[in-house]
Design a protein around this ligand. Structure first.
Ligand code: G3I
Length: 405
C-alpha cells in the first residue's frame, strides 16, 4: 500500500490553538539570543527529486498520523526547544515557527518536552523554578486535545551547574531531589499521562552509572525507588516510567532493567512502565526482537512505550539521501510502528522531532542526519507514509480513498 506525500498543516487545529504566543518571542525563557535570523528550509539534508507532494484539497483532516492512529495508540512528537536549539541559528522553534506548531497540533495526539522539563531548563537557580516553557507545552497540548509525556526527573545529564558543581551534603541533595520531583510532578498532576521518572541509569555496558549520575553517586541506588515513590505521591494518576536508549531489543542493558524492575516491583515500588527511546540508525541492523522485548516487560504488568524514535543515516557527499536509504529508513519506521501496535499495553509512540532542521542528530553525529519523517519544507519522506500506513492498517482508519495511489 503506497500513500501520497503531502502536507496537512492547518487542517484541524484552530488558529487560536496553534498561534504562537506574542509574548514568547525568541530571547525569552528558553529561547535563543535575540537577533538571530531564522534558518530557512533547505538547510537540512537535500531532498531527492520526486519527494514531497501536497495535500489534495479538502482531505487534509483525514490524512494525519492522528487520524490514522485512531484509538490504537498515542502518536507523539518531541516539542523542539532548549538543548541544542539554543546554539543554532534559528529562533526557538516552538514559539517562533507557526507552520511547525500547526504540524504538532494536527499530526500528533501526544507531546513530549525535548528539553523544557529537564533540570537545566526548570531550575536556573537553587531556589528558582522557571515553568514558563513547560507550561506553554501543557497549554498547547490542552488546547489541542493532546496528552503529554513528562521528560525527565532524574538523569545524569543536563543538570544545572549550581547542582552538578555544587557542594552539597547527601542529606541536602536528597532534599533537593525530593523537592524537585514533588514540585514539578504536583504542578502537572492530573495532566501528565506519563513521566520518564528515571532516565538512562545504565551505561552502554549495562552497568549502573554509579559515578556519572550525581544522584546514584551521592545517594546510592536506593534513590531510584524513592524517585518513583515521590512522583507517585505527587500524582497518583500519572504512569511512571524507566526510560533509556539502546534497550530496543533483548540485550544486556535491557536485561539489566528487566532484573532491576522485577526487584523493585517485588518491593512494591510504584513503577508503571518501561520505555525504549528508539534512536536508530540504518547503519546498524534493525532490532528485530523489539516487540518480544517490550512484551516481556508487559508480562511483568507494565505499560511500555517508544519515546524518542528517529532513524538516522550516513549522508552521502552533497547531503542528499539516496532512494535506497530513504526506503530503508521507511522500513525501520514501519517496523517500529508495527512492533508498538503488536504489544498490548504499548500505548504511546513518540518521534524525537519531525523536521531535520530541528533534529539533535547532526550536532551529535557529524555526517549523519535526515533522521526525521518530514523534509524541511514540511513535505513527507517515505518514512512518514510508512508510519501512517502501519497505523491505518491497525486502526482501519485508512482515510479517504482519494488519498491512496
Ligand atoms: O551544557 C552545554 C553548555 O555548557 C554549552 O554552553 C552549550 C553550547 O551549545 O551546550 C550545552 O549543552 C547542550 C545541551 O543540550 C544542554 O542545553 C548540548 O550542546 C546539546 O547537544 C544538548 O542537546 C539535547 C540533548 O538531549 C542533551 O543530552 C538535545 O536538544 C535533546 O534532543 C537531547 O535529547 C535526549 C533525550 O533527552 C534523552 N535521550 C537522548 C536524546 C538525544 O540525545
Amino acid at each position: 500500500m503506497r500513500r501520497r506525500q503531502i502536507l496537512t498543516a492547518g487542517a484541524v487545529a484552530t488558529a487560536a490553538a496553534v498561534a504562537a504566543p506574542a509574548a514568547a518571542a525568541p530571547g525569552g525563557p528558553g529561547g535563543n539570543a535575540a537577533g538571530k535570523s531564522p534558518k530557512g528550509p533547505g538547510t537540512g539534508p537535500k531532498k531527492p527529486p520526486g519527494n514531497g507532494r501536497r495535500t489534495p484539497p479538502g482531505l487534509a483532516k483525514k490524512d494525519t498520523f492522528a487520524f490514522a492512529a485512531g484509538g490504537t495508540l498515542k502518536i507523539g512528537c518531541a516539542v523542539a526547544g532548549g538543548g541544542h536549539h539554543t546554539s543554532q541559528d534559528y529562533p526557538d522553534p516552538f514559539t517562533a515557527d507557526q507552520e511547525y506548531r500547526e504540524v504538532l497540533a494536527t499530526e500528533f495526539t501526544s507531546l513530549s518536552a525535548e528539553n523544557q522539563m529537564k533540570w537545566d531548563h526548570l531550575r536556573p537557580a537553587p531556589d528558582t523554578y522557571d515553568f514558563s516553557d513547560a507550561d506553554a507545552i501543557m497549554d498547547f497540548a490542552a488546547a489541542n486535545g493532546q496528552v503529554v509525556r513528562g521528560h525527565t526527573l532524574m538523569w545524569h545529564n543536563q543538570n544545572p551547574a549550581w547542582l552538578a558543581e555544587g557542594d552539597y551534603s547527601p542529606e541536602q541533595l536528597r532534599q533537593i531531589l525530593k523537592d524537585h520531583i514533588t514540585t514539578v510532578v504536583s504542578r502537572y498532576a492530573g495532566r501528565m499521562q506519563q513521566w520518564d521518572v528515571v532516565n538512562e541509569i545504565f551505561d552502554d555496558s549495562a552497568v549502573l552509572r554509579l559515578e556519572g549520575n550525581i544522584w546514584l553517586r551521592e545517594l546510592g541506588t536506593g534513590i531510584i525507588a524513592d524517585c518513583f515513590r515521590w512522583a507517585h505521591e505527587a500524582d497518583p494518576d500519572s504512569l511512571l516510567f524507566f526510560n533509556d536508549y539502546n534497550v530496543d531489543g533483548i540485550n544486556p542493558k535491557s536485561d539489566a532493567y528487566y532484573a532491576l524492575i522485577q526487584e523493585l516491583l517485588a518491593d512494591g515500588v510504584p513503577i508503571h512502565g518501561f520505555s525504549t527511546q528508539g534512536h536508530l540508525s540504518i547503519r546498524y541492523g534493525f532490532p528485530g526482537d523489539l516487540a518480544e522485548n517490550l512484551q516481556r516487560f508487559a508480562d511483568l504488568g507494565l505499560q511500555t512505550a517508544i519515546t524518542e524514535l528517529d532513524v538516522r543515516m550516513d549522508l552521502p557527499e552533497g547531503g542528499e539521501p539516496t532512494q535506497e536509504q530513504l526506503a530503508q529508513q521507511a522500513e525501520y519506521y514501519r517496523r517500529v510502528t508495527e512492533a508498538a501496535l503488536a504489544v498490548e499495553g504499548c500505548d504511546s509512540l513518540t518521534l524525537w522531532g519531525v523536521l531535520d532542521k530541528y533534529s539533535w542528530v547532526p550536532g551529535t553525529f557529524p555526517g549523519e542526519g535526515a533522521a526525521t519523517v518530514l523534509w524541511d519544507d514540511f513535505t513527507r519522506k517515505p518514512a512518514y507514509d510508512a508510519i501512517q500506513d502501519a497505523l491505518a492498517e491497525a486502526s482501519g482508519r485508512a482515510g479517504h480513498p482519494a488519498l491512496r495511489d
